[in-house]
Design a protein around this ligand. Sequence first.
Ligand code: NAI
Length: 638
Amino acid sequence: MRHWNLTIDAHGIAWMRLDTAGASMNKLSAEVLAEFAAQLDEFDRKPPAGMIIQSAKDSGFIAGADVEEFKALDKPERAQEIIARGWHLFNRLAAVSYPTLSLIRGVCLGGGLEISLACRYRIAVDEPATRLGLPEVLLGIVPGWGGMMRLPRLIGPQAALDMMLTGKTLDARRAKRAGLVDLAVPARLMERSAAELIRSGRPPHRPSGLPALMNHPLMRPIIAAMAKKQVAKKARPEHYPAPYAIIDLWQKTDGDPLKMPQLMQAIIGSPTTKNLLRVFFLQERLKSLGKESSFKAKHLHVIGAGTMGGDIAAWGALRGLTVTLQDQDISRIAPAMGRAAALFKKRLRDPLLRRAAMDRLIPDTKGEGIHHADVVIEAIFENLQAKHALFQQIEPSLKPGAILATNTSSLKIEDLRTALADPSRLVGIHFFNPVAMMPLVEVVAAAGTQTQAAADAAAFVRSIDKLPLPVKSAPGFLVNAVLAPYMLGAMRKLDEGVMPSVIDAAMRRFGMPMGPIELADTVGLDIALAAGQQLSDTTTAPKCLMERVERGDLGKKTGRGFYEWAKGSIANRSDVAAIPEGLAESLIAPLVDRTQALVQEGVIADADLADAGVIFSTGFAPFRGGPLNWNKTRSIRG
Ligand code: NAI
């Protein structure tokens, strides 16, 4: 076998270890499944005492099906074939006469969980990387290889639907509590536990109590109706058909996708699925841009412990770097340390890991970290003279080959670097606010920037688990440049008399996570005004914006802007009865036009990268596949 290693132990147990050839993560490609099927044939002839499925890779258990193969999904017969392949094979696995066990360490997603669900037992290794889930819905598809049938039977339909409809994953302990795995064990005990459990003769887990009751056929219509109501709060069927299909398939066919071929065709052939797959591949492409250099950073030095610098430093420490955080005095660093502690508390369950992250984050008022740092990021006030003075002072202390980066939003790399003896080394590494939430980071190169420096910066960004987007130096780079005309355009509509709540509702309905007026209030109206003046073609700012800034009503931070704010949320949000036809299209047009123009000007390399940049920074309706893709196809209305 090319992808599986088989060993038979002294007790006659077959250990099937998956090591998908040519891939860093295990995937269930057609070939991997065909080899598995052939091995089951072999075992039919000569049954082992048991079979344990495990990963031979350190990168995790199984990431899922091979999404590359989904590119053929637009051909109906191929789609049917892909579904049938896993459905029949895993049914066969579930029916074998010998005991089977899935030993899960690291990610176990989609098809990876479905093969595990078809085993008699499951053990998960209790460590942070272990995550179990059926995230198919996030790609616009359904868990068609038995997940929709077996997960509800195992853990009850409500918990199962919750997982399948949101794509959320469970760690080992939660999986144990839910009944999804039989045991959650530390890594050192995993193989021994697996060997014991498979020989135990224990009956397979079945839910009891309420979850068991809910599986009764009479309960199905009620549960399905409740689930649909939940889904409807978040996603409209014409935008996201897959969650509705999951509920229907579970209710009407016990999760057998082959019994509702028309529904499956409608899902698979929908523009949403095509676009969500497109977004998946765009994300893969951004990830790969971080692989063009082998640059590795251990030590990050951040100068300026304000909103951005403090949060960049905390993120770096969370991702395992040693981070020195410099500011003028300790009182300016203290709030950043407090925010870092809150971030670690939220993201790290284990107190020891939290402690270690805190230990990696070192306040540094004297700037001693600069001498050792592999990456130095400047995030001080947005002031050219201050940044010049800083660069002159620190340049002699930099390690050779260290990245020197600025987080500037609005100053030009070309102007900033004049203070340097080696201007070619300065790159922009532009994070978005809030740092921990925003996946995208723009990597900015000007004419004359060392290609290696830009490639190293992209590799660094990827290494801290962000998505690098290479852009050329230009006002607002990509993201702020496209947001400015969109937000100003929305405010001009306010000047024309449209209500803020109507504008925001129109754009949320279009699929944006937040409307442009709420976004302006959140960013701060002073910042929106400054950015607008710098980045828009027209010289006069919208009247409604200027008035508010003059009054000192700056949005969320002052409690009043276009909305009234209380405790961090809008206090006077009103219901919107009707949204004028075509409003969303006219509001989004300036963003689309500017994105197009930036591709033409070469600020961003191509239309796909531009779409990726806008989606991963603004949350632009993923099911539309990005602004340029949407504009080209206009396949989903409303
Ligand atoms: P901030 O005003 O919150 O923090 C700046 C910090 O730099 C202050 O703590 C200040 O004491 C410190 N500082 C100033 N001069 C210094 C020096 N010579 N040495 C050491 N520390 C010094 O500023 P913010 O908002 O964090 O912005 C920082 C940079 O990030 C700016 O270039 C800005 O354009 C950029 N940026 C800001 C975003 C935002 O949403 N606030 C988003 C993306 C980029």
